[in-house]
Design a protein around this ligand. Sequence first.
Ligand SMILES: Nc1ncnc2c1ncn2[C@@H]1O[C@H](COP(=O)(O)OP(=O)(O)OP(=O)(O)O)[C@@H](O)[C@H]1O
Length: 744
Amino acid sequence: MSNILITELKNQGPGDILDAIGGETDIDPGIIGNIDINGSRALVEVNNGKAEELATQLNGKKVGHSRVSVRNIEEEDFKDIETIYDYVDRFKQLVELEREQEMREHEESIRTLSGKQREAEGKAILYLRGRDEGNALEGKLVKFMRQHKGEPLPETEIAVGDLVMISRRDPLLSDNPTGTVVQKTNYSVTVAFDQPRSFIFGEGLRMDLYVNDITYQRMKDALTRVEEATGRLADLRNIMVGLRSPKEPEKAEVNQWFNKELNESQKEAVAYSLGAEDIHLIHGPPGTGKTTTAIEVIEQAVEAGQKVLATAASNIAVDNMLDFLLDREVKAVRVGHPARVTPQLKEHTLDSLIEQNKQYRKSEELRAQAIEKKEEQEEFTYPSGKYRRGMSNTKIKELAEEGGSSRGVSKDKIQGMARWIELQDEIEALFEEADRLREEAVNEILETKQVICTTNSTAGSELVENREFDLVVIDEATQSTEPSCLIPITHGKKIVMAGDHRQLPPTVKSRKAADQGLEDTLFERLAEKYPGIKNMLEIQYRMHETIMAFSNEQFYDGIISADESVRTHTLEDFQLDINLFNNNLTEILDPHKPLVFVDTSGRDAAERIRQGSTSKENPEEALLVAQMADNLLRSGMRPENIAVISPYKDQVDLLDRKIDAENLEIKSVDGFQGREKEVVIISLTRSNKNRGIGFLKDVRRFNVSLTRAERKLIVVGDSSTITSHEIYSHFIDYVRQKGRVIEL
Ligand SMILES: Nc1ncnc2c1ncn2[C@@H]1O[C@H](COP(=O)(O)OP(=O)(O)OP(=O)(O)O)[C@@H](O)[C@H]1O
């Protein structure tokens, strides 16, 4: 007895399955045994050793009204398959929830901003006209250009692969057509539509970036690959879904360290990462050299002849890795849109390298020829239904050759259409050849590079799609959702992830998706379940030990120590003119004191809510913080060495208006993760009678705030409000002992 597994059923019963076997295959339904249906899946027993044959014949056919996928499997695998499907289905649903939320936010932005404002933000293009470009695999192609002939398009975020919406008067109408951008030049954007509407071939059109769909699609594709995995990916998948444990890593022998400065815990992490067979985790608390360590892992792998894919969720983090790799002279290439890459690194992007490739230049020539022909084609008659009248291309060409006319279509029109069709064949052949040459050029470049650096999402692009890597390294893995990590993972034989689950998780827009687990990262899940596959980095190179110690005890079991180079560093080294401090700030700004808590509870410094806002601000606190920043600058501190951060966006805006110093960064805590400054001033903002502290309760956010400063950290807050959460009372107690609490 063997089995087939049918998936993608929609409420069909055993009878429907038997009917489909009878109708769609030449196999006798009499050989079918038990049919076990569970949701959209059915396990079907098949006698006479015909399972494989039946699976092949029934795959892609209809059962009832549903087109199904079918494959043959072992019965003992069915339980495992349920586990895998549960995992995949759950994440597909969460990804979809997130996508829907993003779509809602887009709509909200369209509702509240004017078309001009959206165009200035790069999210819309106004005054367009649309031209029919025929059909392609993806659907009806329409090219959009500015109404005013020859006018270039404005700078825009809209890129190939994005979903856009076309509207004429009201961008909020629910039946405005949406399509995918398939080509973009300085003058035009070509969009493929499944269901176009006739108005899009006219003028007065507006294009809005809808939802950046491609990332969601890539996550779903990765989930499908995970579901259908065989071989190495199936092994990794089984670990991720909990069907098997990862092999305990063995410490690899490292003969030569490329980075001579690595400390012992970093070397341990590298040796175990190299010795691991499946997945290894590098837990790097703030400033401990996660990226430095990950880079050594990559260098060692490259030395052993391996191909590496290095990714992170954000472009900045990928650029950071690339920068480290280039410094160490590793042959690395950056795949990704050049507009999203740091300017200094642009020359290392695939887009830039390809410009010098001979094959690619040839391909561009062919493309230019094709475009020329397209222009020529405009002089001839497009064989629309009106003129074609049911005639095939061959028929039109034959008629043209004979010099005839037909079905009331004039000889001229027939000639025109025949020429149009001939040109179309030539254009298609040119594009095809151009694509082939381009692909060859891409392969040539990517083959010569040992490391490909790209975002998780772009690891799902067609450029990386069919490539396999011996090692996938994901930096800042605790900033990536699980489905996002799966995109690079599906390309790897082995995975190393670096991150810190005690800092902030990835941003998830949909509350529902976050609550159902999209915010919980793969890194954290595995780190907690399998402590044996994790190494923790133990020496930090950022903070004075007094700044470090509270977070160390609270979040890292006291394991971290400060490197000698930073352990006791203070602002004293900056030789500030402290006589220029205002009297009331002298103690707060004292360069000898690395840690100060400024308590505003004795002052009238209440929080407030701006009308229509969900955030908070605190004007009195903002004023105080602005004075501190101003005094520091006056005493000789450079603005680029100071950061002011607050958990609340409105407070950040307010501070931004009160502090007038270019290069002094004023950011939200979330926006400052991964960064550092010599002096950091935190404005906690909350101050109210109910002792409400909202999302200050997320202690990971507090941890991130506390660990950004190198030499001096000033925390400003209302102790009577914030101590409603015990971590803040512990913190104030700690500052009382090791730093200075100043009550205003
Ligand atoms: N072994 C070392 N010796 C000296 N300096 C080091 C060492 N390891 C890391 N550093 C330095 O510490 C700083 C932080 O390193 P890196 O960027 O790798 O840390 P990270 O853990 O990724 O940082 P973050 O916590 O901000 O994400 C860098 O300036 C790096 O050069």
